[in-house]
Write a protein that binds this ligand. Sequence first.
Ligand code: ZN
Length: 189
Amino acid sequence: MKKHLTAMLLLTGLLIATGSCSLMADDTGKLINNKCRQNLKTLNETTAKFVKDTNEHLPPWARYDTVKSSLMSFDYLPQDPIAPTPDCKYFLISNSREDFQWYCALHGVLDGEKTITFQYHEHRIMAKTTDRYMNNKRYKEHNSDLLRWTEYSPTPVERLKYHYNMNPLSTILIMSGIVFVILFVYRSL
Ligand SMILES: [Zn+2]
């Protein structure tokens, strides 16, 4: 029994040592959410400036690429927003020149009355949706696509990565415990 205990302590020590450089909890979902919300904020502000400077009408729904190539010049959008995930795709929605918002296919809008959270690979994502643009067919379709993320089921590895990022030490201890139990059962056979 003592042998097992020593083995477990050694194993735990080893795991902690290998993981010690990243033992601080790292909420990757929160980092992604913040980056994307910052992109939406910048795009909203840029569009507000564009509306103020020109008499142009905004399209009810347009992809970022279309807006950049046919509406706002390089002066307004000198740099493309860096999407924090491959699913962060940006669209402009507008009811009028005064009522518009940028939309991310994964994070929704910046200013929305509904908040939803879901698992996206190993990250916890927070998105916002609004009923304000439900009269817009394209928005409605994209909104239902976004809600489908709530049914996403992460793989065991993604789950493990998520728990490790959120709480590294306890994940290592639990995993070591599982390894120990497996070893113990195996040895007793
Ligand atoms: Zn996004």
